[in-house]
Write a protein that binds this ligand. Structure first.
Ligand code: PLP
Length: 229
């Protein structure tokens, strides 16, 4: 993979990426938002480097993975070959993976409990890195899902700052699959606003246009770009 194989997003793009880009542009226009206010995080989990490379070559720079081990196996070589890539960890994080996560990722979307805050604070200090941090909110209060309960969100966000010295940049949510996403996006946006947080990681392949309408700054789109997993 060479630098010269890069092109802009507008020419020779993989069809999924082109369609998603067009839909983001349309949703931004409809919501009277600047296209630059929304970051497309291309979720490449389960896909190998040979599927990811064409998307990088088409100009996409932000990618999301949900497992630290998988990302560690496939991204360092791609990052080395393509300066300027931005990696987002979107899946649950275990404390014992915090070291690898801080080393590899530029953003972590799944901060949701004190043990993770503690592990991240330690690694951020020792590695002198500053990943962008999102607190995950379990807006549907689903027992099997990661994230902080909405009622506990304000206290948790305050503890991130005050107890652990972490700079939180925004909130992330994953609405329950069987429900309309808009009320969940609205709740996430409301909690962010009252805590002075500007970034909202919300919206996936099925609902990123709705999420943009509701204020998403980061949409995490996988299958619409890479195909079914
Ligand atoms: C897999 C995943 C996505 C992308 O889902 P698609 O439906 O493929 O777009 C987004 N967010 C998280 C947290 C994920 O795990």
């Amino acid at each position: 993979m060479t630098e010269s194989s890069r092109t802009s997003v507008t020419s020779h793009s993989p069809s999924g990426l082109t369609a998603v880009e067009q839909e983001i542009t349309r949703a931004c226009k409809e919501a009277r938002r600047d296209r630059a206010s929304v970051t497309l995080v291309a979720v490449s989990k389960t896909f190998a480097a040979d599927a990811i490379s064409p998307v990088i070559d088409a100009g996409q720079r932000a990618f999301g993975e949900n497992r630290v081990q998988e990302a560690k196996a496939k991204w360092p070589a791609l990052v080395q070959a393509h300066p300027g890539l931005v990696l987002h960890l979107i899946g649950p994080l275990q404390s014992n993976k915090a070291k690898d996560a801080v080393a590899l990722f530029d953003a972590i979307h799944s901060v949701d409990r004190p043990s993770i805050c503690e592990a991240l604070a330690k690694e951020i200090k020792s590695q002198q890195k500053r990943p962008e941090l999102f607190v995950q909110i379990n807006t549907g209060e689903e027992p099997q899902k990661a994230g902080v309960a909405p009622a506990e969100a304000d206290a948790f966000i305050a503890a991130c700052r005050d107890t652990y010295g972490l700079q939180v940049s925004g909130l992330m949510c994953i609405p329950p699959v069987e429900q309309a996403p808009a009320p969940h996006f609205a709740l996430c946006a409301k909690i962010a606003a009252r805590n002075g947080l500007t970034n909202l990681s919300m919206g996936m392949s099925a609902d990123f246009a709705v999420a943009i309408q509701m204020g998403a700054t980061h949409v995490r789109v996988g299958s619409a770009i890479f195909g079914a997993r």
